[in-house]
Design a protein around this ligand. Structure first.
Ligand code: HEC
Length: 234
């Protein structure tokens, strides 16, 4: 076997020597393997060069050409435009008790709040706001909230060292106010998944017709939620 191998390699090498001068071989040989002169075809070169030329054109078009607006820019400006139109009749919302209480009654804006909630908050607070990573929004227990206007600041600035992210830079200021009203409205609408966390707080004040809402009186609180008043008294 070894012999026949040697023979065949010698034979090949001989052939190689013979072919060295011909167009079939480059004359380069290593370990008994000869390199044939077998150039890539012209069409292959043309395609290869064309991809290089195209890549330069592509980079120019996608990164620098004024003709081409980047997808994300287009999306952001479309969203800004949409929000401008949407908020045109709303003006600048302030985080005020009366504003929040009025918005809570506004079906259109609460639908909007629900949409923002679905996009940004569901992952941690649960689809029905019953809580998952974050606390539930349905019961009377709150960790960082004592009055209705506290919700806004928690959403804007975050809490617990970022476990509750700050949304102030990611959402339009009006969105934060609308979302606060939506969160306030969720209170008492179902059963939480997580156990109660924090302290029982007084019910949201009643909405004043026309004028500014007053702070709830002791009596109003007792009427609205005897349990809360009991625990506050004890
Ligand atoms: C990455 C998870 C996460 C996301 C997303 C998130 N939250 Fe939170 N949130 C938390 C955690 C955790 C807490 C509890 C903070 C603490 O213990 O002080 C919290 C607390 C809160 C509170 C205060 C509740 C209380 O009992 O004091 C509000 C209000 C709130 N989140 C609203 C929102 C809204 C609105 C959104 C969507 C814009 C949102 N959160 C998105 C994790 C999250």
């Amino acid at each position: 076997m070894a012999d026949s191998n040697t023979t065949s390699s010698t034979t090949r090498s001989k052939t190689g020597d013979q072919a060295a001068g011909s167009t079939l071989s480059t004359g380069h040989e290593y370990d008994g393997i000869q390199e044939y002169d077998n150039p890539t075809p012209a069409w292959w070169h043309i395609i290869w060069l064309a991809t290089i030329v195209l890549s330069v054109f592509y980079f120019y078009m996608s990164l620098w050409s004024p003709m081409f607006v980047h997808q994300t820019e287009r999306l952001v400006s479309a969203q800004e435009e949409e929000i401008k139109v949407l908020f045109a009749d709303l003006g600048t919302l302030e985080n005020e008790q009366q504003t929040l209480l009025t918005l809570m009654e506004d079906e259109k804006w609460m639908t909007f709040g629900a949409a923002v909630y679905r996009g940004a908050c569901v992952s941690c607070h649960g689809a029905d706001a019953g809580g998952s990573v974050g606390p539930d929004m349905l019961d009377d227990y709150y960790i960082n909230v004592a009055s209705i206007t506290d919700i806004h600041d928690i959403i804007r600035d975050g809490a617990a060292g970022g476990a509750m992210p700050a949304w102030g830079k990611r959402l339009h200021p009006n969105e934060v106010v609308l979302l606060s009203a939506y969160i306030a409205k969720l209170r008492g609408t179902g059963d939480g998944i997580r156990p109660p966390e924090g302290e029982i707080i007084a019910p949201w004040p009643a909405r004043a017709e026309g004028g500014a809402a007053d702070e709830p009186t002791e009596e109003a609180q007792t009427m609205a939620d005897p349990a809360a008043a009991d625990s506050a008294g004890s």
